[in-house]
Design a protein around this ligand. Sequence first.
Ligand SMILES: C[S@@+](CC[C@H](N)C(=O)[O-])C[C@H]1O[C@@H](n2cnc3c(N)ncnc32)[C@H](O)[C@@H]1O
Length: 385
Amino acid sequence: MTPAARYGAAIEIIDQVLAGTPAEKALTTWARRSRFAGSKDRAAIRDHVFDVLRRKRSVGVWGGGSTGRAMILGLIRQQGIDPASVFSGEGHAPEGLSAAEQTAGQPAEGADALDLPDWLLPEVKQSLGDKTEAYGEVLRHRAPVMLRVNSRKLDRNTAITKLADEGIVAVTADVAPTALRVVEGARRINNSEAYRNGLVELQDGASQAVVEALPLRDGMRILDLCAGGGGKSLAMAGKVNGSFYAYDAHPQRLRDLPDRAKRAGVKITVTKSPEAEAPFDLVLCDVPCSGSGSWRRAPEGKWALSEEKLRGLNRLQDEILERAATLLAPGGTLAYATCSVFDRENTARVDQFLAQNPAFAATFQKTWIPGEDGDGFHLSILTGA
Ligand SMILES: C[S@@+](CC[C@H](N)C(=O)[O-])C[C@H]1O[C@@H](n2cnc3c(N)ncnc32)[C@H](O)[C@@H]1O
């Protein structure tokens, strides 16, 4: 496909997303019926679609409309690409621009340029203060590809060499001692020997930093109460020798964990009833949240969140914290984590919990802001009496 034809395909897919189809589904459906498209075409189209979704507000202003076509026009204007080179009407390129399209649109300014929904701005400002603009800007760009080195199998420098042998260039990242940032060859990771043999896992840098901050010790009984794919269970089991249990309210999310654990050389018990396995020395609650720290990776969430959804999430976060407390051994540790930067999902939840459970005290609290080495994240460590 020509570069212009790839933009044409992106327009079609964005229109479907705007009509309500999830982006991943729209991309897969398009790829299934477009066998002519190679892997590089699919990757470029995916990048265009996600670039637009991250910047939906500003590219609409720059393109002078709210259709896929206007948004791609806005995107290429933002990127300094000559619109005539894309909108040529030649081959499978998008139709040439009308006179109205040529004059419509203007550079985005103010709240438009931040690419955040208006209703959310007070929430962001309250949580991030003078970092609000930097936060909005970071979310407008692609997330880094981060790896966690399985330190049970090798050290970071050896991992860098092994990855380089397979055409994957990675550098150490300061965010965590296990973290690598991939700077070239990211698309080779899934098929690489290093990945398939469990030497490295795909895991965001802040997720690794959260695990680093946990007070883990050999011999502990540890529960990952919202384990999802089990990334944090694997990272914890990579650090100390303990008994690891993983639970998720949606057990299908845990289906790959036994294989991943085997690959990594660790043992994690998937449980359907944490109560039956309690008590635990440490319970990690990596709770469902708005995802406001990782909207670079899942930009649809930025536009889909509402005040009502946020309130619902807060209720669920409170419930999970309360449940976790009942699963702890006396003096045990409760670790509360979100991939959100909003106080309302972080310190406010913890404050509420502490008010109802005075036997607990917060011994560590940190919020990571999304940046070069990782997503936004929050961790509070609470210790019981
Ligand atoms: C932020 S994700 C976890 C990510 C995971 N810890 C990781 O590192 O990949 C939150 C998880 O909580 C699960 N969940 C939702 N409601 C829950 C509940 N009431 N109890 C336990 N898990 C729940 C979701 O299915 C989701 O997998």
